[in-house]
Design a protein around this ligand. Sequence first.
Ligand code: ZN
Length: 173
Amino acid sequence: MALATTLMMGDPPWTDEYFMREALRLANKAAVADEVPVGAVVVRAGKIIARAHNQVELLKDATAHAEMLALTQAEAAVSDWRLTDCDLYVSKEPCAMCAGALVHTRIRRVVFGCADLAAGAAGSVINLLMMPTLNHQCEITSGVLENECAQILRDFFRQKRDARGTIGRREAH
Ligand code: ZN
């Protein structure tokens, strides 16, 4: 019943900002857990079916980006590896690994907050989501709650630098 309601409601409050707000909340959760603050949700028919934040440190797994974890959850939720009627919201532009996974799952649309000029694979460094030679292209919407999504990353890395300055350098990653 809830699903039918959300389908009929159409636009507000089911806006891109609404779902990005949830991705941002998850990014905050990552920051509290001392993970690089990135959060992601997968939305299907106006309903969040997966939510995750970056867990690289906790899982000691370089592939445990928010998007990867959210995609796995979403696949379980729909009992299919195809997510053709799903949209992914992520606070930071996806990297090449995540963009590759998004193409593999045939996600319909990718909405991200801030760009990643160093590693972004949704237009900044490369655009793997819209490669005409791959078998699937995703729609892209960028810059949703851009400032807040960038600010949480800036704050996190500033704190890291400050901590390094006072307690000495941790081992390089
Ligand atoms: Zn990634």
